[in-house]
Design a protein around this ligand. Sequence first.
Ligand SMILES: Nc1c(NC[C@H](O)[C@H](O)[C@H](O)CO)[nH]c(=O)[nH]c1=O
Ligand SMILES: CC(=O)[C@@H](O)COP(=O)(O)O
Length: 214
Amino acid sequence: FAPSLNPGRLALRKSQPCPLKPAHLPAILSDKQHSVPAVAQQATKGISFPQLDGKGMRVGIVSTRWNAEVVNKLKDGARAGLKECQVEDSNVVEFEVPGSWELPLACRYMAQTQKVDAIIAIGVLVKGETDHYDMIKDAATDALMMLGLETGIPVLNGILGCHTMEQAEARATGDNNHGVWWGKTAIEMATLRATQMGKGPIAASGVEKKKVLF
Ligand SMILES: Nc1c(NC[C@H](O)[C@H](O)[C@H](O)CO)[nH]c(=O)[nH]c1=O
Ligand SMILES: CC(=O)[C@@H](O)COP(=O)(O)O
């Protein structure tokens, strides 16, 4: 079992049983011997991050007003994740769109300015009575992926596709707030872009101050 790189997470979780089958243990041990109650598995889900330095990085958050209550919690999580990476509040630019369908285009407007190091798109799709959910879920997530590949700017997929509002709430709450991971993932990918492509950090370069588009 590889320990978390983030001491904070490790400290929070050290009293919980490890749900992973340690790679170095003999294969003779059955999965059953490693099984843990569902609740513990849920609590230990997630990802660890290396030490990240987002100083001087400028990050966009585009979010929906659909399912605003949960979306706002995810946004809080994303801001907290960015803060943990030393991104200054003044370097987080935010705007809203009606629904998840609108996220890719709004993110594209933001990406085209070339004044952000990463963009986090946040929305919550909850399956209703019609096929509308499936149409939006696949199209919007594909479009976000294409946008990142097309522009080279990391575009985070912060769209939750849930069958119930409870599922969405659970993923926007406490230690399971996915927004925190999205914030950190944004900085990890922006750092990769900076080191591999020599692009960014935007705020440190002062580029964003030359012409204000948003
Ligand atoms: N049902 C949900 C929507 N629907 C709205 C669409 O995203 C879009 O705004 C409309 O079709 C106009 O283009 N959006 C969500 O984000 N979440 C939903 O659960
Ligand atoms: C605009 C919508 O998202 C809506 O038409 C979806 O309807 P439903 O959630 O009942 O499938």
